[in-house]
Design a protein around this ligand. Structure first.
Ligand SMILES: *[C@@H]1O[C@H](CO)[C@@H](O)[C@H](O)[C@H]1NC(C)=O
Ligand SMILES: *[C@@H]1O[C@H](CO)[C@@H](O)[C@H](O)[C@H]1NC(C)=O
Ligand SMILES: *[C@@H]1O[C@H](CO)[C@@H](O)[C@H](O)[C@H]1NC(C)=O
Ligand SMILES: *[C@@H]1O[C@H](CO)[C@@H](O)[C@H](O)[C@H]1NC(C)=O
Ligand SMILES: *[C@@H]1O[C@H](CO)[C@@H](O)[C@H](O)[C@H]1NC(C)=O
Ligand SMILES: *[C@@H]1O[C@H](CO)[C@@H](O)[C@H](O)[C@H]1NC(C)=O
Ligand SMILES: *[C@@H]1O[C@H](CO)[C@@H](O)[C@H](O)[C@H]1NC(C)=O
Ligand SMILES: *[C@@H]1O[C@H](CO)[C@@H](O)[C@H](O)[C@H]1NC(C)=O
Ligand SMILES: *[C@@H]1O[C@H](CO)[C@@H](O)[C@H](O)[C@H]1NC(C)=O
Ligand SMILES: *[C@@H]1O[C@H](CO)[C@@H](O)[C@H](O)[C@H]1NC(C)=O
Ligand SMILES: *[C@@H]1O[C@H](CO)[C@@H](O)[C@H](O)[C@H]1NC(C)=O
Ligand SMILES: *[C@@H]1O[C@H](CO)[C@@H](O)[C@H](O)[C@H]1NC(C)=O
Length: 802
């Protein structure tokens, strides 16, 4: 369908381009600064706009791009290359050329159309003096009436969100009471933390909530044009206008995984998203087919209706979750899979159940209906669908081992060629089954075929089954990289994984070229890992553009991040040990021409960005990836000090022993979780520990193994324990703050940020892995969207061997 539309619109665009430009476009634009009784009426074809004093916003009749004879009376961002409507008088409906905006003799502002007034509510003033004007903040004003009280799908900075709430342009989704995102006016798929209503978005990029809580945008602090919009896909996003790229960029969104939004697919269907560009597709589970006569969004129906409930079996779909609504869901405390299955089997209304292999007995029965299904590794759940015994379909949602492992080098350590080829065979088999199923059910209709092909290509990508090399990272030749780096002459870093050189590709992209040492495994494994790394996209991860595997060399080609690594900014160079008497006040802008000293809000943004990226690696991307070497050297700073994590995914290429000895050698012992030196399994919580240490360093501006304070050189001294004593026992937060910017610590403005960073760090640094929060939780703790309870003191567990 989409292809047809695209095709038709291409033809249309072509026809338009050869026909003479329409007369409306040729008329000179008539700009007014206010609209009053003597200007009335204002008709759509007048080509007139009302401009705000700062020229950023404009109001007027805008025609619909696809049918230019239809209009809305709107307010839009005018002074941007991507003009964006932020308000419409008629919401989702359109008027034609016969409409008019009038101020009547009695002073009422009306949008006349077909004998009715479509202006939202009664706007009245004095006809002799009242004017319609547009303020510089985008608020359209007429007497006591203001457009900020009647938002459509967008909230502008400093506009109160309370009141009537906003609705997506297509009318499917609403943000109700400024707390709940609703599908179909009733089903809530997202709620502001603790039901605390949003109040407004302020100029610096903070979304203020009623209780003083807040969400912050990725570009917090920058003065940019922003807007909070409920998009047609049901996600609530904050966009920020990037004047350099000249486009709107998403700097915050309520929902990370788009398939968790209700109503994307119809009943029984499963929503799958390609994490990269937030496109989604809907697929039918095994045993189901597309509802007859329906579009793919309409949903699926069972192929063999269940007549005898006892004559059924269950198909397991890994990582799939459905809802049935509160009245159709039963939570069972099941001992194991068998007993969970039995309770569903016994219930004639039960259509399936969700089960977690975590030994904690998560078992949820879904009765009567299956809606809002989606696939996501984050669910860690398998869905068991009830089908007739005679059903021959086999499950195509596989990939979960019975015990979920968060893998680091320990578990998947080394070459596994048999495994590798097995998965490839499996992957190909899945794709083949999908194709076969589809071809059988939807025979030979050309457009249908194309549509399905695209659908399954998307799904295959999502499931990580991409076998088309075109989608993978670029393979460079050694000669190419040699030329790009000028024979590896510009060494910019020496990391644990190898040396890094700066270079420039033939297309003038500046790159960082990392020559790996001691890489385990052969070519296929390297290729497989690199493909996985290249598939990870996040604002706060360094992009991998390509690689080279030639003559035993293993080289990765990354985007070049200009500002260097975090350690250069937070630690004082060449001044390792200093004592408390060594009080120095330094110019925060530059320290002997060195790097600028980062202020609190920049530090906070860095911490948050890093936390989000690690959470993405752990929880959201399609493979579980542990970083295993988080430290300030691996956090690079891009434009505007946007943090970018490097070296992620590389841990998989190494052995545990290697990691431990390497880290000791390089003196990064200080970042390693206790379990590295015990014989315990390494889980994602090891990264949480390392992050906690980095977080504490960001606050203190001191290396954790470089002593600060009088207890230095003591065997008993443990940095997190020391910080805990200062902050929570002695209540002297100032004592641990980076003394270079201590003086700029305005406790009112920064207390919240610093307090959250310190408390979160304490939780991350707990000795026992299970005491530490997950990285997703850590990000929320930093954001302030979950409550942080009082941490326990991080205890001393292990004193280095030096
Ligand atoms: C209405 O606006 C016009 C300019 O658009 C101005 O000349 C006129 O004085 C205004 N009338 C009133 C009553 O403000
Ligand atoms: C926005 O307005 C300013 C000042 O009026 C102007 O210099 C700039 O070019 C405008 N930008 C766009 C995108 O129109
Ligand atoms: C505008 O729409 C109205 C009814 O909605 C119709 O009566 C009228 O003819 C239309 N006018 C134009 C110019 O299309
Ligand atoms: C708008 O509607 C009002 C009330 O029906 C009428 O008095 C007025 O003449 C109309 N104005 C225009 C320009 O259509
Ligand atoms: C609109 O409000 C004004 C005063 O606020 C009132 O006089 C008028 O009758 C109202 N008109 C309608 C149609 O409600
Ligand atoms: C508008 O001005 C006229 C004369 O200039 C006056 O008669 C009329 O009462 C005024 N209308 C209002 C609502 O003040
Ligand atoms: C919205 O909240 C502001 C304060 O934040 C208050 O002044 C205003 O009256 C509220 N508006 C509505 C419609 O509730
Ligand atoms: C919104 O608030 C109203 C009144 O406070 C309440 O009845 C309604 O349930 C709320 N809606 C949601 C989705 O929370
Ligand atoms: C929306 O809700 C109504 C009843 O409230 C229901 O009849 C309708 O099927 C729902 N639509 C969707 C798409 O779920
Ligand atoms: C659940 O059932 C109760 C009682 O039958 C009813 O009042 C309530 O509206 C139902 N809730 C939903 C979401 O259907
Ligand atoms: C299922 O039903 C059978 C008999 O109808 C009963 O013996 C059994 O205990 C039930 N199992 C569960 C889990 O309810
Ligand atoms: C499955 O989806 C429901 C409804 O969205 C949600 O409440 C539940 O937490 C999800 N289960 C898992 C394991 O994610």
């Amino acid at each position: 369908m989409a292809t047809v539309v695209l095709f038709l619109s291409l033809i249309f665009a072509f026809l338009l381009s050869i026909s003479p430009p329409s007369s409306a476009q040729q008329q000179p634009l008539n700009t007014i600064s206010s609209f009053n009784f003597s200007n009335s009426p204002w008709r759509p074809n007048q080509n007139q706009i009302l401009l705000s004093p700062n020229s950023i916003f404009a109001a007027g009749f805008r025609s619909q791009p696809s049918s230019p004879e239809l209009y809305t009376f709107s307010v839009w961002y005018h002074n941007v290359s991507e003009e964006t409507i932020v308000w419409s008088a008629t919401g989702n409906s359109w008027v034609n050329g016969s409409a008019a905006l009038v101020i009547t003799a009695s002073g009422q502002l009306r949008l006349n159309f077909s004998g009715r007034n479509l202006w939202p509510q009664n706007a009245s003033g004095n006809p002799n003096s009242t004017r319609l004007s547009l303020r510089s903040d985008g608020n359209l004003i007429y007497s006591n009436w203001q457009s900020f009280n009647f938002p459509t799908d967008t909230i502008l900075p400093n506009q109160n969100i309370n009141g009537s709430g906003i609705t997506s342009k297509n009318g499917k989704y609403s943000f109700s009471n400024a707390t709940d995102l609703l599908f179909n006016s009733t089903d809530s798929y997202w709620e502001a933390y603790k039901g605390n209503a949003f109040q407004n978005l302020n100029d610096s990029g903070t979304l203020v909530q009623a209780n003083g809580g807040s969400f912050v945008t990725a570009d917090l602090g920058d003065s940019r044009w922003r807007r909070l919009t409920l998009d047609d896909d049901g996600n609530l996003r904050i966009y920020s206008y990037d004047p350099d790229q000249r486009l709107w960029v998403v700097v915050w969104k309520a929902i990370q995984e788009i398939c968790r939004i209700y109503g994307t697919c119809g009943p029984n269907a499963i929503c799958i998203s390609d994490g990269q560009n937030s496109s989604t597709s809907c697929v039918c589970p095994p045993g189901f087919k597309v509802t007859l006569g329906g579009a793919k969004e309409k949903g699926c129906e069972i192929k063999i209706p269940i007549k005898v409930p006892k004559n059924t079996k269950f198909l397991r779909l890994d990582y799939v979750n459905y809802t049935s609504g509160v009245n159709y869901t039963i939570g069972v405390n099941a001992k194991n899979l068998k007993s969970c299955e039995a309770s569903c089997y016994n219930n004639t209304k039960c259509l399936g159940f969700g089960f977690k292999y975590d030994g904690l007995g998560y078992c949820v029965l879904r009765l009567e209906r299956l809606i809002y299904g989606y696939w996501s590794p984050g669910t860690e759940t398998a869905m068991f669908l009830r089908v007739d015994k005679s059903e021959t379909d086999e499950t195509n949602f596989i990939g979960m081992t019975n015990l979920l492992e968060t893998t680091c080098p320990v578990n998947i350590s080394l070459p596994l060629p048999p495994e590798e080829s097995k998965t490839t065979r499996r992957n190909i088999a899945i794709v083949c089954i999908l194709f076969a199923l589809e071809l059988i059910s939807g025979v030979g209709f050309f457009w249908g075929f194309v549509k399905k092909y695209i659908k399954y290509r998307d799904m295959a990508q999502t499931l990580g089954l991409e076998f088309l090399p075109a989608g993978g990272p670029k393979r460079f030749t050694f000669a190419e990289l040699k030329a790009a780096t000028n024979d590896f002459s510009n060494l910019i870093g020496k990391g644990g994984f190898g040396d890094v050189y700066k270079g420039e590709l033939s297309d003038h992209r500046v790159v960082a070229v990392k020559c790996l040492k001691n890489v385990a495994g052969g070519d296929p494994e390297f290729w497989a890992e690199v493909t996985i790394i290249a598939r990870m996209h996040h604002l706060n991860l360094v992009r991998l553009w390509g690689f080279c595997a030639e003559k035993g060399k293993r080289i990765l080609v990354y985007e070049y991040v200009p500002n260097g690594s975090l350690d250069k900014y937070i630690f004082q160079r060449g001044r390792g040990n200093f004592t408390e008497s060594d009080e120095m006040e330094m110019d925060p802008v530059s320290e002997n021409g060195q790097n600028p000293i980062l202020d609190w809000s920049v530090r906070y943004r860095i911490a948050l960005g890093v936390a989000r990226a690690i959470a993405y690696l752990h929880e959201e991307c399609l493979e579980w990836v542990l970083h295993c070497d988080i430290k300030p050297e691996n956090i690079l700073l891009g434009d505007d000090f946007c943090p970018k994590i490097s070296d992620f995914g590389l841990a998989k290429l190494r052995k545990k022993e290697d990691m431990v000895s390497m880290s000791r050698m390089r003196g990064t012992r200080g970042y390693m979780a206790p379990e590295w030196v015990k014989t315990e399994p390494i889980t994602s919580k090891a990264d949480v520990y390392s992050f906690g240490m980095v977080l504490l360093e960001i606050v203190t501006g001191t290396r954790n193994f470089e002593m600060q304070g009088s207890t230095k050189n003591s065997e008993e001294w443990y940095f997190p324990g020391w910080a805990f004593e200062k902050v929570f026992k002695e209540i002297k937060v100032e004592d641990i703050l980076d003394r270079r910017i201590k003086h700029s610590y305005d406790s009112r403005a920064h207390f919240g940020l610093v307090d959250r960073m310190v408390k979160t760090a304490m939780w991350c640094l707990q000795d026992r892995p299970e005491m530490r929060p997950s990285m997703g939780k850590v990000a929320k703790m930093l954001e302030g969207t979950v409550e942080i309870t009082e941490p326990r003191k991080p205890t001393i567990f292990f004193l280095g061997d030096d």
